[in-house]
Write a protein that binds this ligand. Structure first.
Ligand code: NAG
Ligand code: NAG
Length: 323
């Protein structure tokens, strides 16, 4: 985006030179330094040119790109070191002082580039990021492709639980998304089956610039798989995340069909039936027994009566015979 000017010095470029302030600082110093010979001037210019070559090597060893923040940090630190250096030291020959300070500039550049490569460049642990950085060879901004080690754009599956009537927040924001604000949209999809994470059967819920969506007044029918895709303006998928939502129905809920009750164990009822059957049998037996007993008594009674009567008759007959 920037249009760098490289009229001065040669075509060697490095991250540090992309900052105009540094180039002007060196030029200003060369033109303002007093009491030196033309040869000294030439030497100093040669030292600065050589320094730019070492800066370029340093940049190339560290991916060859820089972001504006890191470039600014390098520039301010080197600038203040440069000024302090010429205030504190002034020895002969001046070439030594120049070599020392430009070498310090290289170390400052290296320190900041190492931190940038470790933390700032490609901060995405998952997904695909086209990071806007400055190419140190051209001093032009371009997109650096940061493809994470993971084979897909997959950035995780998260379990979410909600209660019927309550709310849940789905948020697929990742810190590196802040580098592409306004260049991509979040696409939320949904499908009912939570068990099958195949890509079929998803329907669009919402497309939004905001990373999160809030589901209010949850109903059990809203549970399932929510898929969040971050797509850039060309439809390229940058990141993908899944949320498995389960909604717990309220105890008093009648909106959800009650599942059929499992068959109750018959064992619970058998003793009662047995008991009832036994009772009937016992009652029947008792009835039979009591009837038999009654009959027996009646029969027994009548038998004894007959016997007594026969005895009496025999006695009477005997008495008659005796008379
Ligand atoms: C920077 O630009 C040069 C020249 O166009 C190119 O060869 C090089 O690959 C670029 N570097 C990066 C890291 O993109
Ligand atoms: C998931 O569903 C799709 C289509 O409905 C089906 O083709 C696939 O076999 C299912 N996968 C599993 C693991 O059930």
């Amino acid at each position: 985006i920037g249009t760098p000017e490289f009229n001065d010095l040669d075509g060697v470029r490095s991250c540090l030179q992309c900052d105009r302030t540094i180039r002007y600082m060196h030029e200003d110093f060369l033109s303002s330094v007093k009491g030196i010979t033309v040869q000294d001037q030439m030497d100093l210019k040669g030292i600065i040119e050589h320094a730019y070559t070492t800066y370029q090597d340093t940049s190339m060893q560290l991916r060859g790109v820089i972001d504006p923040t890191t470039l600014y940090q390098v520039q301010t630190e080197y600038q203040s070191e440069f000024r302090r250096h010429w205030q504190e030291h002034r020895t002969d020959p001046i070439q030594w002082d120049m070599i020392k300070i430009v070498e310090k500039g290289r170390r400052i550049l290296r320190k900041h580039l190492e931190r940038f490569v470790a933390e700032g460049l490609c901060p995405n642990k998952c997904g695909l990021l086209f990071q806007s950085v400055m190419n140190c060879s051209t001093c032009q901004y371009g997109l650096f492709t940061c493809l994470s080690a993971r084979p897909t754009r997959h950035c995780g599956v998260y379990q979410l639980e909600g209660e019927e009537g309550g709310q849940v927040v789905l948020d697929c924001f990742l810190s590196w998304h802040s580098l592409i604000v306004g260049q991509a949209d979040y696409h939320y999809f949904w499908k009912p089956e939570a068990r099958n994470v195949s890509e079929d059967g998803f329907e669009v819920v919402v497309v939004t610039e905001d990373s999160k969506i809030v589901l209010n007044q949850l109903s059990v029918g809203e549970q399932g798989v929510y898929r969040c895709l971050l797509l850039d303006k060309h439809g390229t998928e940058l990141s993908r995340m899944y949320f498995m939502l389960t909604v717990t129905p309220l105890p008093a809920s009648t909106t959800w069909p009650v599942p059929p009750l499992p068959p109750l164990p018959t064992l619970d009822f058998r003793p009662t039936r047995l008991h009832r059957d036994t009772l009937i049998i016992i009652l029947a037996l008792l009835t039979v027994l009591s009837i038999s007993a009654s009959l027996a008594i009646i029969v027994g009674f009548s038998c004894s009566k007959t016997a007594k009567w026969q005895k009496k008759e025999r006695k009477r007959k005997k008495q008659k015979e005796d008379i």
